[in-house]
Design a protein around this ligand. Sequence first.
Ligand code: FAD
Ligand code: DHB
Length: 394
Amino acid sequence: MQPRTQVAIIGAGPAGLMLGALLAHRGIDSVILETKSRDYIEHRIRAGVLEQGTIDAMDEVGAGARMHAHGLVHDGALLRFAGRSHRIDFRALTGKAVMVYSQHELVRDLVAHRLAGGAPLAFEVDDVALTGIETARPEVRFRSAGQPGSLACDFIAGCDGFHGVARAAIPADRLRVFEREYPFGWLGILADVAPSSDELVYAYHDRGFALLSMRSPSVSRLYLQCAPDEDLAQWSDDRIWSELAVRLAADGFTLATGPITQRSVTPMRSFVAEPMRHGRLVLAGDAAHIVPPTGAKGLNLAIADVRLLADAIAAHYAGDPAPLDSYSETCLRRVWKVERFSWWMTQLLHRFEGEGRAADEFRSRIQRAELDYVTSSPAAATALAENYVGLPLR
Ligand code: FAD
Ligand code: DHB
């Protein structure tokens, strides 16, 4: 591998891969280092809803062809409670839509695009360590195929997710962390069955939240609120389908079932680390922040970060340091709005228990009032819709 690059990118998730593509598009070289294998990252099942800004970024770098061929454009989504569905019409309320396209397909597209362009991307790299981030000559050390390696660079982009090494390289006394754990998780499944609804269904139910989503006209993706440490062994296919059917029930709706091909439990948290830059290290995506998945924002927020970051790095090389100097501040302003929306969707739609009976009952009455308000007031529905389709980048 080459010993020097302009930007060393740690992590080949959506943030790292998109940053590499946007930088290449601006004539800036980068090397991407990833601990997992190509096969692993191309099959890691995660998010599935793309905002227009994410679609635009895929198009800008020239990686959007498969996404446009297979992505499903959604002009609205359903909120379901008390056995009735209420459509939020994104297109009518905001003029915009979202697209359902799997995160791992987007990752596949970006990997193929990078390799086709001959840009460096190393998989299965171990022991990644960052040095000199407070100097003008930072360096990344690592092991690749058992051999030690090092990469000198101008900047290190920490795109290595929540459990990566980049954020930990910032001295603890320079980092402020804001965190909230939720007392539940999501049990998610993929199933070989045609989606039972043309649009996503977000369901509030006394037994807990449920979400009906999809991956294609023949593959459904569904989620159930569960305990954060739920034991999957306790969930037979029958139990999963009958619980989903109860929570998603509505007049005239039947849940079609089919073979479950993948299942997992995801804990939920809100997390922000400030600032997103220290010396020559910049953070982007889950390395800097986590949102609970209810607003479908994690992937989109990661892409928004690197769109700002790529422009800021390009400005630096063009002689204007200001955008990079203000990267953290600019980014965090948007990050906190998306944190707010994801928290709001989460507290609106989930069943909270354990604050005592009176407090729990009070909360559920407030939730119903808010659901009623959001689905009957055009102003409230518009607020939901404009956040869901994606806030402006700046
Ligand atoms: P990541 O996708 O985490 O990518 C980071 C990359 O860095 C990984 O490939 C990792 O292997 C690599 N890496 C880690 N450490 C190192 C290291 N030391 N050196 C080199 N590489 C390293 N969001 C939603 O909106 N809806 C969902 O349904 C949803 N489901 C999710 C389910 C799970 C299990 C998880 C973990 C997240 C989910 N998310 C969801 C969130 C969304 O997928 C993330 O926000 C998104 O992946 C963020 O992209 P990223 O590139 O910042 O981080
Ligand atoms: C999906 C995930 C989400 O978190 C969400 O809010 C909507 C859809 C999905 O995986 O399809």
